[in-house]
Write a protein that binds this ligand. Structure first.
Ligand SMILES: NC(=O)c1ccc[n+]([C@@H]2O[C@H](COP(=O)([O-])OP(=O)(O)OC[C@H]3O[C@@H](n4cnc5c(N)ncnc54)[C@H](O)[C@@H]3O)[C@@H](O)[C@H]2O)c1
Length: 382
């Protein structure tokens, strides 16, 4: 089999996760890395044995050897990088959110369809084995009709007013912070597990910490240092959001997300209530799916390559009892994507069940609706 040559843009936190998981994918070689901070790009290249280093995305995008681009730069450049990659005839695996607004993401979807581009977006939480299992059981009819759903995604990394990141600056993040950053993941989970689209949103976005100390050494740096030289800046974007949601079948749900919840690190939870049973999944115990019953004892289903349904067993790659984690979820998504990439290149049929730019666009439309709803104080159709 021919090796697929990959280039990655943005060697920050998630870029390094991508590089590590790409090493686990057979027949893939990362041949180039780019970052506007050349030190970071160089360090990543040295650590991972990547031959070519670029100081900007454009140079990597015009590298003819690169067939697939991983876009791990901040939100404000996703559209430009993804668009140029599509036009250069490369496949794209982008980080979320797909762009700054649904106008941009819609254009990416149209362009990718026109160019017949293989795209993916890293909604990795759906790739935990038991999340796949829950979705498969819903499709099989075990849950019955989806009636209601609730959940949250809570973190504490913006707890202090000395915590600062580009995610709080609209020029880099877009019109929303937490509802785009964490909300897009959660809304993807709901849509994936239930198989239903979110069609209407009523939201309240709020800024719990309205003034923060921004480090003077640049907006792209992340700071949790309380002694860093800083200036006080007013924060316009949300660090809290509460959403009422309606699914296309009429099911109702609500979701809260917040990044100033001391002690909550990646507290992501989804509960779905059907007409036959209920499911609950929490990222705090990510290997277990709670199955609730009215007339008999509840169950806890533990991820298992032996016991999961046929179509989801492949995502529980370890012998039963050995827990998979965040890295493995990212790996599962990459594996599905690169299997499709190999098949496409060789002209074989392939299933593209992984989240792609259409999924990213759906999430952008929900984020836009949430921003509009909070601004106008009314329900907004997605
Ligand atoms: N799927 C997930 O679970 C997940 C997790 C974290 C982040 N993300 C997404 O990944 C993206 C990056 O987040 P992060 O936490 O890694 O941020 P980060 O700040 O740690 O890294 C971003 C990197 O991009 C570089 N960069 C900035 N502008 C650039 C440009 N124009 N061209 C090339 N490189 C540029 C920066 O120097 C930095 O190294 C965001 O869109 C974020 O929403 C997704």
């Amino acid at each position: 089999m021919k090796i697929i040559k990959v280039g990655l843009v943005g060697a920050g936190y998630i870029g390094m996760v991508h590089l590590e998981m790409l090493r686990r994918i057979p027949d893939v070689e990362v041949v180039a890395v780019a970052d506007s901070n050349p030190d970071l790009a160089r360090r990543a290249a040295e650590k991972m044995g990547i031959p070519r280093v670029y100081g900007d995305a454009d140079a990597l995008l015009s590298d003819p050897e690169v067939e697939i681009v991983h876009d791990c730069a901040p939100n404000h450049v996703h559209f430009d990088i993804n668009r140029k990659a599509i036009l250069a005839g490369k496949g794209v695996l982008s980080e979320k959110p797909l762009s700054l607004n649904a106008g941009e993401s819609g254009e990416l979807v149209r362009l990718a369809a026109k160019q017949d581009t293989l795209t993916a977006i890293d909604f990795c939480y759906r790739y935990y084995p038991v999340v796949q299992e829950a979705a498969a059981r819903v499709r099989r009819g075990d849950l019955g009709e989806v009636r209601a759903f609730v959940g949250h995604f809570l973190q504490d990394w913006l707890f202090y007013d000395t915590d600062y990141s580009w995610r709080l600056d609209p020029a880099f993040a877009g019109r929303a912070n937490v509802v785009a950053d964490l909300g897009s993941h959660w809304c993807d989970l709901v849509q994936f597990v239930t198989g239903q689209k979110i069609v209407e949103v009523m939201s309240e976005l709020h800024t719990c910490v309205p003034v923060r100390k921004k480090p003077k050494d640049g907006p792209l740096s992340f700071s949790a240092r309380r002694d860093a030289e800083s200036e006080d800046v007013r924060i316009e974007l949300d660090d809290y959001a509460a959403l009422f949601l309606r699914l296309e079948n009429g099911a109702r749900g609500n979701f809260t997300t917040c990044q100033v919840c001391a002690g909550r690190k990646v507290d992501l939870e989804l509960q779905v209530f059907g007409s036959k049973e209920s499911y609950a999944w929490s990222h705090v115990h990510p290997n277990a799916l709670w199955i609730g019953h009215r007339d008999r004892g509840n169950e806890v289903f533990y991820e298992s390559s032996a016991l999961q349904t046929k179509e989801t067993a492949r995502y529980a790659a370890l012998p039963t009892g050995h827990p998979m984690g965040y890295h493995d979820a990212v790996y599962n998504l990459f594996r599905d994507f690169y299997e499709a990439a190999s098949a496409k290149r060789e002209g074989r049929p392939y299933a593209a069940a992984f989240p792609d730019f259409r999924t990213g666009h759906e999430e952008m439309r929900i984020i836009d609706a949430a921003v509009e709803s909070s601004r106008d104080g009314r329900w907004v159709r997605v």
